[in-house]
Structures are given as structure tokens and as C-alpha cells.
Design a protein around this ligand. Structure first.
Ligand code: ZN
Ligand code: ZN
Length: 941
């Protein structure tokens, strides 16, 4: 019996939590009731027939054995009338536990009025009980708000409640958000002399405004534990988390007891708001207050640290935990998978199983999403199998992760199999699964299937589904179809396009080079009250970048700024790529400043884009400095830096970066090897080139691409191993294309090997009959060998193929303006001054031993005329203009669209000595850095 009463007590405090058990427990007929009775001091002024409580509720100690115990009697009742009868007859015998049972029986028969009356008038008033009462009401399918209506009824019948009940009702008002009644109760409390209480603060905080609550709290003379905890919670709920943290800190100086659920809530908010510092401080309090043994708290700490990028700290908390539950394991596993550290997560899984915890669906799903995030579809499939072996069925969340994992590598067949599973297991009820299926079909390029899934969704079609298909069409280049679907979405689906919908159209037009059309869409967006956002503008920028439409890109960027849209890291990376391609170092530096000011520099992709911009713009020093400062460099960043050294012809430096990258534990990819082979090609490192080419295949499993092969051909050819290069072409695993033969032809031209050049020329006439560069190489070669007739024959062939000679130009940026020097056509306005300075330079140079290299002119003219033509080379004009206009010590930077001739190369070296200026000259993918009479390329180009 003793045990039973303990259980009953327990039931009381948790009220309905153990309802089914309680029913059985109170069933025994002979229940000896010996608890001390208590008295309720509720005064009522008038009595009402309808209220059973109108009979005195004052209980006295009674344990009469003459009557059966009321609980026994109550449990025998099968209708409302008999419950009422027992209630009326045995009124005196009820104590708090019996009353609860009585309430429960009334509620069972839907009699909320009697139940409420007993509750408000005769019942204990601690917090747990009223919450329990509300839960009980709800569990019988009754409307919670009616409890308050019953209270008002009681009041209108003249029942006068004391402040304890009023405070309790106010708490119910707070939970049920009944503002009006709350105000009335507040009035009642004032009448009873209660001006401040945490219940009032809670009510105002949750139902009116947190400012009033904060004010009330400030004016409270004696703040108890509840008040402190409540005010912190209130501020957390109303999103004022910084204020909440401040109050929490103040709370530490009072003697108030901190409730663990408040700390957990605080930590949750720190996780979602990026409050690492605050989270750390709370961790300090956790330790000081001795909560480190609290599993719930530790689990929250794990999540808080990992969400704030401190995975190491998450792990420390986890490792120090003495007791762990399944949720602790899931927290740490999901922390690792969120960062894509699937190997560590898998290790944890093994450990977890060793410790006797059976992974549940949450564990498996976070492992699946980790694999999906990293694009490791094989791993994801293996997880799915293990999950099924352990007896768990994949749910919709598992399926969506799996679909995401296979969408990127384009595993359509597998996607279709999963689609089959979805149908068999009726998971298509889940809209999220459906939309992910559409997305998978879109990404694997299977638009008809995407369309099919979309059409079967019927009325379930949500905006995500529409957007998936619209963007699919748009990305596939079917922008018109996308636009048609968008108007259908509005007309038939009744869904208004949002920014995502519009942005797919913007991207679609921009990607196919229709920048103007994309800008029109932006205007249309505005007309439809959708604000173009940073994604819209970035989409146009990346479209321009993809299509090489760099000039328009800068205009678009300016327009974006005019419209007050702040660029994000994606915008900045795209912009930097464009500036790099244009070699606009000055503008690039401005963007660098912007990144520093806006704290974007910590973004590894922005930092990589900056490294890329600096190398492309010929400022290798800044690129290296920046590269060194990037923490946790991504692979792309290493690739950029290696390519930078390749462009400058710095072979040993490039290889050193590659070796450091391997030491850092990164796995080189295809792009890395393009960079490394470019290093070898530009620096004539033939032996090393062969080594890397073999290593690439044997150790890293990278299949050679056309780029890799063309690097090899150029490397061999430029170094004079023409036969070996031809042998390579004839035995390479891929079909040699125009880039391969073009690389070979340029090598033949350098080494003036006409016989082999003609072999390449024969192929190129078929593969690339419209590339003027090939014709020019042949013309130059014939001219050099003084075979004027053959040169003329090539010129004729060029004319008959309607191939235009590409404009030759060089440019230099001075302040914000770009000055272009063309070989033919419009002259620069300052041409007179430039030639004057150039003649002066040449005469100075001649005194130092310079002899014009007239072999660079392949025309049948006199030496004097050749010398004159040499002077007109665009890079010479641009460099000279730079000397005139740019004072100071900054290097002169010139960009040229074709390769530099050996005379200009020599002249640049002389100038660095005579004028004590560095010159950086960029020609396509190579950069010459002239300094102190030498060039970075060591004259091997
Ligand atoms: Zn030249
Ligand atoms: Zn050079």
C-alpha cells in the first residue's frame, strides 16, 4: 500500500503524464486511505445549485471504513449521472488525489464545467497542477480555452477568488494568449494589493510586449528564482537574445537559482544566432554551477559549438561526458556530418555501437546527409544498406539525402531505382521527397521525368516544386519554356512567383549571353513587387563571366551597387574572376579593400578568388602574401597559386607549393595537375613533367584530359623535343584536337621546323579552318625562311576562307582608365609624345649595346623599314605611355592579346635598368616580370 500511495503522489505531481497507469492503480476496491487531509480556504459568497463544490470543500481527516472508498466507487461509474451521484454522496471523503480522479472522470464524460469548478475552487495551485489540468482537458478532446470561459462563469456567479487562484488563472491566460481576460485579472490583483509578480511579468512579456515585462522586472524589489528565469526566457522568446544573455550574466550576481531548461534554451539560441562568445560564457557557468553532469545541457553544448564552427570544442564536451544518451551520440555524429567529415562520423558510429548504443533513424539520416553533402554517393548507398540490415526502414528524410547524393554525379539509373522505392513505399506522399525527385531528374538532365513527377503532384504542387522545374528548364537553356511554365504557375497553380522563380529566369538568360534580356527580367521583377536580391545580380554577373562578356559585367556590378544591393561572397568571387580575366589590378585592389572592410576575407572562396585575381593581374607578390594568410586553404586556392607560378615561369616555386599541398594532406585533382604540368611546360622542366604525368594516373587515378595532353605536347615541343611531342600526340589516349595540334605548330614555329609544322598545319586546316592564329604562324614561318611565295599562298587561303587577321593590341590601365594601343587603326591621342619618348629611350639603349632584333619582322622589306616597324609594336607603346604617365615605383603593367616578340622582350629588359622600373607584361596565360635587366621567364617562352 505504501508503494501505491507513493505512486499516486507521483501521479499527482505529473498529473496526466501517467494516465493509463493511474486508472489501473486506483482500481483496487479495498484501498486503505490514511493520508493527512488538507483544507482549502476558498470563500464563496453565494452558492449555486449547479455546483457540487457549493457544498463545503473543507475536508477533515476521515478514514471511515463504513463506506467503500470513493475511488472505488468512482471507478465503477459508467455514466455522468452516477459520477455526479458519487460526488454528491461522498463529498467529504475526497482529498486532493481523489479530486484529481474525479476531475478526470468528469472530463471523460465531457463535463468541463464541473471539472473546472473543482479545479478552480478546490484545488492545489502549484504550477505543475494547472499545466497538468490543461493537458488533461486536451487529452479528452476538449477545448482548452473553455477552461477560462468556465472561470469567467464562476466569477459571474459571484465566486470570489483569492490572489493565489488569480495568479494561476493569469498563467493560464499567458499560455492560452488570452490578453483580454489577463487584463481583467491584472485589475483583480491590483485590488488585492498585488502589484508585481513574475506571473504578471510573464503575461505582459508573452501576450503584450517584452518591453513592459522588462520594465516590470526592473521595478521588482525582490526577484525570486522564477522571476529571473522567466525574464531571461521572455527575452529569448521575443528574439532579444543579447539582452537575455546580459540578464543571465546579472543573474549570476544574485543568488537566484538557474533552471536547467533556461540554460538549454539559451544555448539553443546561441547555436542559431552565431553567439559563440556568449555560448562559451554559458559553458563557463555550466561548469561553475555544476551542470556538467547534465546530459541535456552537454548535448546542447555540443550542438552550440558545432553550429558555431568549433567542432573541436564540441568533441571536447562530448569526450568529457560521463553519461551519454543516444541523443548525445546523435549530436556529435551530426556535428561531424554537417562539416562533411564523414570518416570521423563513421568512426564515431563504430564507437557508439561498441558502447552499446543502437543507432536510430536520426543517426543514419545524419550520416546519409553527410555523405550527400560531400557527394559521396557510394558511401551513402552503403549506409542505406547497413541501416536496412539493422531493421530500420529509410524514411522520407533518408530518401531525400540519397537523392541529393546521386544528383550531382548524375546517376540517373540509380535515381530511377530510388524513385521505384518511393512509389513502392508510398513515400511520394511527402512533398519534400517529390520535390527532391524533381530536382534529381533536373540535375541528371532528365527533364521529361522531372515533368512527369511534377504532373503527378496535382494539388500538392508547392512553390518549391514549380521552382525546381522552372529552374531545370532555365538551366538547360530552355528559358522560353521556363517563362511559359512560370505564367502557368500563376494562372493555373495560383502561386505567385517568388525571388527564386524570377532568379532562375535571370540566370537562364544571362547564361546564354542575353544580358539585356536578363536585365529586363530584373525590371519585371520590380514591377511584380519582388525585390531583385543579391542572387539575381550575381546570376547576371556569373552569366557574363561564363560568356566572357566582361565589359557588361562591370556595368551590371555598378548598377547593382546603385540599387543598394550589397554583394555577398559569391558576387565578390565572380567579380574578382572577371577583374582577373581583364587584369584590372587597380579595381581588384579596391575589391580587396571592400572584402577587408566587410570581413569577407575570412571566406576561403573569396580569398581564393583574390589570389586568382592577383596572379592573373600579374601581381604574384600580393598573391603569395595573401595565399600564405589563408587558413585551411581549400584545394582551389592551392591550384590557383601553383598556376600563378606557372604563369610567371617560376618552375621551382610552383613545384614547392605543390609539395607543400601534399604535405598538408590534400589530394590533388585534375585541375591541380593542369597547373603543375603548366609549371613544367612554362619552365621547360621536361623530366619533372613526365614524372607528374605518370604520377597523376598511377597514384591519384586522374585520367589525362585534353588540357593535360596539350601541356605535355607544348612542354616537349618548346624544349625542342619535337619528335617526342609528335610521338606523344600519335599515342595519346584521346583523339588529338585543335588545341593539341595548335600547341605543336607553335613549337615547330619556335624551332623553325617546317617539315613538322606542315604536318600540324594539314590537320589544323580541317580541325580549325577559321583560326587566324594558325595561318599567321605558317605565314611567319615561311617568311622567316624567305619562302615568300608560300607565305602569299597561305594569305590567299586565308582570304578564301574569309578569315580575318585578329586585331593586335596592348593596353595599360592608368588611374581608372584603360588605354588601348592597336597595331592597326585608330592611333592613341598622345601618340606624338609617346614616340618622342620611345626614340629617346632607344638611343639611350643603343649606347648600352642594344641591337634591334629585325628577325622578328617577317616581311620582305629593308632593315631600316623593319626597325621602324619594330618600334610600332603595341607593347612598346603601352610601356612607354606608362613611363610617361605613371610616376612612382609601382611596376608598369601591360596586357597583350598575342605573344610578345623577342625584340620587345629585350627592350623591356633594357628599360628596367635605364628607368629603374619593374615591368609586368601579360600575354594570354603567361606573364613576364622584368626586373633589373632580367625576366622571370629566364627567356624561355
Ligand atoms: Zn614586339
Ligand atoms: Zn620573359
Amino acid at each position: 500500500m505504501e508503494n501505491l500511495s507513493v505512486t499516486l503522489r507521483h501521479c499527482y505531481t505529473s498529473f496526466s503524464l501517467h494516465k493509463p497507469n493511474r486508472r489501473y492503480l486506483v482500481k483496487p476496491a479495498s484501498y486503505n486511505y490514511t493520508q493527512t487531509r488538507f483544507s482549502l480556504d476558498i470563500k464563496h459568497e453565494s452558492s449555486s445549485e449547479s455546483l457540487p463544490t457549493s457544498v463545503s470543500l473543507a475536508f477533515s481527516s476521515s478514514s471511515s471504513e463504513l463506506f467503500p472508498h470513493p475511488l472505488t466507487e468512482l471507478s465503477r461509474c459508467d455514466d455522468l449521472a452516477s459520477v455526479k451521484a458519487v460526488h454528491a454522496r461522498t463529498m467529504r471523503k475526497f482529498d486532493r488525489f481523489d479530486l484529481e480522479w474525479l476531475i478526470s472522470r468528469y472530463l471523460e464524460f465531457g463535463e468541463l464545467g464541473y471539472a473546472s469548478a473543482i479545479f478552480f475552487m478546490g484545488f492545489p495551485r502549484n504550477q505543475v497542477s494547472w499545466m497538468g489540468f490543461l493537458r488533461e482537458v486536451e487529452s479528452f478532446g476538449l477545448e482548452k480555452h473553455r477552461v477560462l470561459e468556465e472561470f469567467v462563469q464562476l466569477q459571474s456567479k459571484g465566486v470570489n477568488f483569492d490572489e493565489v487562484v488569480l495568479v494561476m488563472v493569469l498563467r493560464i491566460c499567458t499560455v492560452l494568449m488570452n490578453q483580454l481576460l489577463g487584463f481583467v485579472i491584472h485589475g483583480g490583483l491590483i485590488k488585492r494589493g498585488v502589484v508585481r509578480s513574475d506571473a504578471l511579468m510573464g503575461f505582459y512579456g508573452r501576450c503584450v510586449s517584452s518591453d513592459i515585462a522588462n520594465k516590470m522586472f526592473d521595478e521588482m524589489p525582490d526577484r525570486d528564482d522564477l522571476a529571473w528565469n522567466e525574464i531571461v526566457m521572455l527575452n529569448l522568446r521575443s528574439g532579444k537574445w543579447e539582452k537575455a544573455v546580459r540578464l543571465f550574466r546579472e543573474m549570476q550576481f544574485s543568488s537566484a537559482k538557474v533552471y536547467d531548461r533556461m540554460m538549454v534554451k539559451l544555448l539553443q539560441v546561441c547555436s542559431n544566432q552565431g553567439g559563440l562568445e556568449e555560448g562559451r560564457q554559458i559553458h563557463g557557468y555550466v561548469l561553475r554551477l555544476g551542470f556538467e553532469g547534465n546530459v541535456l545541457m552537454c548535448n546542447s553544448l555540443i550542438v552550440m559549438y558545432s553550429r558555431n564552427g568549433e567542432l573541436g570544442s564540441s568533441r571536447k564536451v562530448f569526450d568529457l561526458m560521463k553519461d551519454r544518451n543516444l541523443s548525445s551520440w546523435n549530436s556529435i555524429v551530426s556535428s561531424y556530418t554537417a562539416y562533411g567529415y564523414v570518416d570521423d562520423a563513421m568512426d564515431l558510429l563504430e564507437e557508439m555501437e561498441r558502447c552499446g548504443f543502437k543507432p536510430d533513424i536520426v543517426t543514419w539520416n545524419s550520416l546519409l546527409s553527410g555523405h550527400a553533402f560531400k557527394g559521396l554517393y557510394k558511401g551513402a548507398i552503403a549506409i542505406l544498406k547497413r541501416m536496412q540490415v539493422s531493421g530500420l526502414k529509410p524514411n522520407s528524410s533518408s530518401i531525400t539525402s540519397l537523392l541529393q547524393a546521386i544528383a550531382e554525379p548524375g546517376l540517373l539509373k540509380l535515381g530511377k531505382a530510388i524513385h521505384g522505392y518511393v512509389i513502392r513505399n508510398q513515400l511520394w506522399y511527402d512533398v519534400y521527397v517529390e520535390t527532391t525527385l524533381i530536382d534529381m531528374y533536373v540535375k541528371t538532365g532528365c527533364l521529361p521525368y522531372a515533368r512527369m513527377v511534377f504532373d503527378t503532384m496535382d494539388e500538392k504542387k508547392n512553390i518549391v516544386a514549380w521552382n525546381s522545374l522552372i529552374s531545370g528548364l532555365s538551366y538547360a537553356g530552355l528559358v522560353q519554356d521556363a517563362e511559359a511554365l512560370m505564367s502557368k504557375m500563376e494562372k493555373e497553380g495560383g502561386i505567385k512567383p517568388d525571388a527564386v522563380t524570377w532568379n532562375s529566369l535571370v540566370y537562364g538568360y544571362a547564361a546564354c549571353g542575353k544580358t539585356e534580356k536578363a536585365l529586363d527580367v530584373i525590371e519585371n521583377m520590380k514591377k511584380n513587387n519582388v525585390k531583385p536580391n543579391v542572387v539575381s545580380w550575381t546570376a547576371i554577373l556569373s552569366g557574363c563571366s561564363k560568356n566572357g562578356d566582361f565589359r557588361n559585367a562591370l556595368k551590371v556590378f555598378r548598377k547593382m551597387q546603385e540599387e543598394g544591393v550589397c554583394p555577398n561572397s559569391a558576387t565578390i568571387s565572380t567579380l574578382l574572376r572577371i577583374l582577373g580575366c581583364l587584369s584590372l589590378l587597380h579595381s581588384g585592389k579596391e575589391v580587396h579593400c571592400f572584402c577587408l572592410k566587410n570581413n569577407l576575407i575570412r571566406d576561403a572562396y573569396v580569398a581564393t578568388a583574390l589570389v586568382d585575381m592577383y596572379t592573373r593581374s600579374g601581381d604574384l607578390r600580393s598573391a603569395s602574401e595573401l595565399f600564405r594568410s589563408v587558413e585551411n586553404k581549400p584545394l582551389a586556392s592551392w591550384n590557383c597559386m601553383i598556376m600563378g607560378h606557372a604563369m610567371f615561369g617560376q618552375g621551382q616555386e610552383g613545384i614547392a607549393v605543390f609539395n607543400k599541398m601534399l604535405e598538408a594532406g590534400l589530394e590533388p585533382d585534375a585541375i591541380t595537375f593542369t597547373s603543375v604540368l603548366s609549371v613544367c611546360k612554362n619552365s621547360g622542366l621536361v623530366r619533372e613533367g613526365w614524372e607528374y604525368f605518370d604520377l597523376m594516373r598511377s597514384r591519384y587515378g586522374v585520367t589525362p584530359s585534353i588540357e593535360h595532353c596539350s601541356c605535355m605536347v607544348e612542354m616537349l615541343g618548346r624544349s625542342g623535343y619535337l619528335d617526342e611531342a609528335l610521338d606523344f600526340i600519335q599515342t595519346m589516349p584521346l583523339k588529338p584536337d585543335a588545341t593539341i595540334w595548335g600547341a605543336f605548330l607553335s613549337s615547330c614555329k619556335i624551332h623553325r621546323d617546317l617539315e613538322l609544322a606542315e604536318v600540324a598545319w594539314k590537320r589544323l586546316q580541317v580541325l580549325e579552318p577559321h583560326n587566324s592564329a594558325n595561318y599567321m604562324m605558317m605565314i611567319n614561318l615561311y617568311s622567316y625562311l624567305k619562302r615568300w611565295e608560300d607565305a602569299e599562298r597561305i594569305r590567299d587561303s586565308m582570304r578564301s576562307h574569309r578569315v580575318r587577321v585578329e586585331d593586335l593590341w596592348s593596353w595599360i590601365q592608368i588611374d581608372q582608365r584603360v588605354h588601348v594601343f592597336y597595331a592597326e587603326g585608330k592611333a592613341h591621342p598622345d601618340e606624338g609624345g609617346i614616340y618622342f619618348e620611345l626614340y629617346r629611350l632607344v638611343s639611350e639603349m643603343k649606347k648600352s649595346g642594344y641591337v634591334p632584333d629585325t628577325r622578328c619582322i617577317h616581311q620582305n622589306i629593308s632593315e631600316a623599314e623593319k626597325e621602324k616597324l619594330l618600334l610600332g609594336h603595341t607593347e612598346k607603346l603601352a610601356i612607354t605611355y606608362g613611363l610617361i604617365r605613371k610616376k612612382g615605383l609601382d611596376p608598369i603593367r601591360v596586357v597583350k592579346n598575342t605573344s610578345i616578340c623577342s625584340d620587345c622582350h629585350t627592350v623591356a629588359k633594357y628599360i628596367t635598368v635605364l628607368r629603374n622600373r619593374e615591368i609586368v607584361l601579360q600575354e594570354g596565360s603567361r606573364i613576364h616580370h622584368f626586373k633589373d635587366g632580367k625576366c622571370s621567364c629566364s627567356d624561355s617562352w
